[in-house]
Design a protein around this ligand. Structure first.
Ligand code: AMP
Ligand code: ZN
Length: 514
């Protein structure tokens, strides 16, 4: 079965064929978090869709080396213009911690024992938090890193390699030292600049160029030229270099870590949609100019943004959530994961609490099905039978994933097969071993059944018979126009934390997540 994947570089869906001549090994680099704060669920949408892609490749028989970096220096607050400006995000974290400590706003454990003037300690604190959240949500690379620390590299560990790449770019005529001592990449030296994002040097000169302040503009050969190394002895983190004490550019970091760990050319590179420009455009320019090869990543995979209740997630709107926030509200890790992966990665996903509840219900059904199959197997281990619905559906499940990672289609296939079983009955003459194996294979991509599946929203502890009898009674009351009794029953259900929804198909219920 062939995986077809949308490639941002060529703006079309293509058959995924790895560079490895034997065709089995895949190299994959994902832009990871900047550790100046807790990652939010939007960040996790990007990381999890990379995880689902990686798991899809593994289900198809590829062996994937997946690297996800952790940015701990050089990512500036304004990263939307080619030459990022503002403050280093690690500096922002340091200032925030200092202020919070002064005002006594830090509860114990929330960074209260870190020295706010030590950016390495701040980075360590948020790395630990990130890994904890990432493992809670089943991000495979965050588990692997326990054995293979190199899979989640930090730029501060790759400074000599970065200096080497800058030197090479200068030697090859792709970079220059400006009058202020800053080393810039010369975009006009790389004919392909703009291929990924459409932001060619000409387009930038007439549009975006205006955003670069005039003093900097005058020092650069072109407004789109971007910083590789900045001399700045006052920066929050700094290293000696041939161009003075300073720090590397954010784009340079990813080029160097990808090359050091995966090679000059890689199969896949992922990030959120905002990474396309300038971050990934600049990575391509640097790597290809340094290696002299026509290609850096063969496929560029970008996840669209997560929005919350149809609005952009922002702290001021109060709709900004971390994984911790949702766990505190009673969501289960499995439901959070499913909610963040179930929408196609090239569409915006809209996070809602109703969606989270729906995801939990779906997981509850899968858990019940799995337990029921396991129980039937232990009752009659030797029994044999014919292929059942899950096994029969496996090709459709894979086919959906092969169509540009259509997770919704894959979930639909699983649900359709699960719906063919009546769990209050016995499975009959079905090969249970094959069924469990199929469910396992599907879960190897969805990755929810091996997480904690129970949260406050889980329906496993709900007296389903009681809920259903109240719903049936309410429907009878409504039919006979006894709305008072119907409302009373709705309130009784609400008191049990059960919310009901009426539609043309009937009444459905779910547990409320607050
Ligand atoms: P950062 O920690 O800011 O470097 O971001 C880490 C990753 O999260 C990047 O790949 C971003 O593109 C991605 N990202 C940021 N916000 C969102 C969002 N709302 N939805 C999806 N991905 C996001
Ligand atoms: Zn990156």
């Amino acid at each position: 079965m062939m995986l077809r994947l949308y490639n941002t570089l060529f703006k079309r869906e293509e058959e995924f064929v790895p560079l490895d001549p034997a065709g089995r090994r895949v190299t994959f680099y994902s832009c990871g978090p900047t550790v100046y704060d807790y990652a939010h669920i939007g960040n996790f949408r990007s990381f999890l869709s990379a995880d689902v892609l990686r798991r899809t490749l593994e289900l198809l028989g590829f062996s994937v080396k997946h690297v996800m970096n952790i940015t701990d220096v050089g990512h500036m607050t304004d990263d939307t213009s080619p030459d990022a400006t503002g403050e280093d995000r690690m500096q922002v974290a340091s200032r925030r911690l200092l202020e919070a400590k002064k005002e006594g706003r830090l509860p114990p454990g929330a960074g209260s024992d870190i020295d706010p003037n030590d950016p390495y300690a701040i980075a360590d604190f948020y790395v630990t938090a990130f890994l904890e959240d990432a493992r809670t949500l089943g991000l495979k690379v965050a588990k692997e890193v326990q054995k293979h620390p190199e899979l989640m590299p930090r730029p501060t560990e790759y400074i000599p390699q970065m200096i080497a790449m800058v030197k090479r770019l200068i030697d090859r005529g792709h970079a220059y030292v400006a009058a202020d001592g800053v080393v810039y990449f010369d975009v006009q030296s790389f004919a392909e600049y703009g291929r990924l994002s459409g932001n060619t040097p000409d387009a930038i000169r007439s549009g975006e160029g205006g955003r670069v302040d005039e003093a900097t503009q005058a020092l650069k050969k072109h407004p789109a030229d971007f910083m590789l190394w900045k001399r700045d002895p006052h920066h929050v983190m700094k290293w000696p270099s041939p161009w003075g004490e300073g720090y590397p550019g954010w784009h340079l970091e990813c080029s160097v870590m990808a090359q050091s760990l995966l090679g000059d050319q890689i199969d896949l590179h992922s990030g959120g949609e905002d990474n396309i420009f300038p971050h990934h455009e600049c990575e391509i320019a640097q790597t290809c100019s340094a290696t002299g090869r026509p290609l850096f990543a063969r496929f560029w995979f970008h996840t669209r943004f997560l929005i919350v209740e149809s609005e952009k997630m922002s702290k001021s709107k109060g709709n900004f959530f971390t994984v911790r926030d949702l766990l505190e509200r009673g969501a289960s890790p499995a439901a959070i994961r499913l909610e963040l992966i179930k929408t196609h990665y090239r569409s915006n996903a809209n996070f809602t609490f109703q969606g989270l509840t729906d995801s939990q219900r779906m997981i509850d059904r899968w858990v019940k099905l799995q337990r029921w199959l396991e129980a039937s197997r232990s009752k009659s281990p030797a029994a044999s039978g014919s292929a059942g619905p899950l096994h029969e559906t496996l090709p459709a499940f894979k086919q959906a994933l092969c169509a540009d990672v259509n997770v919704a289609g894959a979930i639909g296939a699983l649900n359709e097969a699960a719906g063919r079983y009546n769990l209050s009955d016995s499975p009959g003459r079905v090969d249970i071993g094959l069924e469990l194996d199929a469910l396992n294979q599907m879960n190897s991509v969805l990755g929810v059944l091996d997480l904690q599946t129970q949260g406050q929203a889980s329906t496993a502890d709900v007296d389903v018979k009681l809920v259903e009898s109240k719903i049936a009674e309410r429907n009878r009351a409504r039919k006979s126009k006894d709305f008072k009794r119907a409302d009373q029953l709705r309130d009784e259900l609400l008191a049990m934390n059960i919310e009901i929804k009426d539609s043309a198909q009937g009444t459905t219920w779910s547990k409320i997540v607050r």
